[in-house]
Design a protein around this ligand. Sequence first.
Ligand SMILES: Nc1nc2c(ncn2[C@@H]2O[C@H](COP(=O)(O)OP(=O)(O)OP(=O)(O)O)[C@@H](O)[C@H]2O)c(=O)[nH]1
Length: 350
Amino acid sequence: MTGFAKIPCTIVTGFLGAGKTTLVRHVLENANGARIAILVNEFGDVGFDGSFLEGCGIEGCGDGQVVELPNGCICCTVADDFLPALDTLLSWDTPPDHILIETSGLALPKPLVTAFNWPQIKSRLTVDGVIAVVDGPAVADGMFVEDPEALKAQRERDQSVDHDNPLEEVFEDQILCADMILMNKADLMDDAARQKARAEIEDHLPRAVKIVETSHGQVDPKLLLGLGAAVEDDLDQRKTHHDGVEDHDHDDFDTAAMTVGSTASPEALIEKVMAAAEIDGVLRIKGFVPVEGKPMRLVVQGVGRRVAHHFDRPWKPGEARDGRLVVIGLKGFDQAAVERALSAEAALSA
Ligand SMILES: Nc1nc2c(ncn2[C@@H]2O[C@H](COP(=O)(O)OP(=O)(O)OP(=O)(O)O)[C@@H](O)[C@H]2O)c(=O)[nH]1
């Protein structure tokens, strides 16, 4: 790369729990020596995704390569958080070859791409492509289509709700901005579900966008990086719900961070997390929890009603063995009920 070439940035978008971090990790693991920097943004202060990527164990990865932007939503804090983070990456002695930006599951990619037209960014960086990761089984299950029952329940919780389906709106804004769609979690779908999900995605797309089926984000990074789309110059082609809206907010969703005591066993915690995931409006539960007598950290991952867990790394010497869970749901979800469901294990701290 010459000193004058713009550094390509790939934006990885996609709804809560679709598999963005899994994809980013896969790309890092298969970078073939390319210097890839990661900017990761998420809701809640748990710092989960950054920590998960830093803890990836990939040789040479970790020394400042992953920059976390934990304060809510990258699309709302472009000036305050995003620009300084980019400046940090660009000030490296040898700047990165490529920057991957993983947005939070609720972020709208278009305002972020728009920021690449700011003079201080445009001269140095270009958006190589927007990749939307889609949770195939969730699409096949109809999570992003209008659900009159869900809307009614939401209006009962909050009279001010005026959207049809806030999930659909975020999902659409994400895929409408995409250069490529990864229909992920293909391993969890049979042929009928695959066809249904694909048809549903195509239904939302006014233009042709390549849809690639993936499991665990396993796709050759060459397919994703180097699209050369210069998306910042192509925004007119990507109509979204929030076009012309100066400010948007995320009032349709609530986030709660919880401190969690140690659990006697992974199974005991998973049972409670599954109960919490059943509570109306809860969309995503994730974090780390200590297990009594175990040197390793337990990672808990709840997406809808699916809860996965694994031990990722030993607690570091001197590191507080504090468990932290972040719970994201539709606005007004019953946080006290979630707390009760997790009660033997967790206490609300925020
Ligand atoms: N079975 C299956 N599980 C997957 C796949 N991709 C990701 N997962 C699991 O889904 C859960 C969420 O994956 P993440 O990569 O953290 O999703 P994310 O989009 O980064 O989540 P947020 O940042 O919270 O929006 C984890 O338990 C992953 O292991 C897949 O293709 N198949």
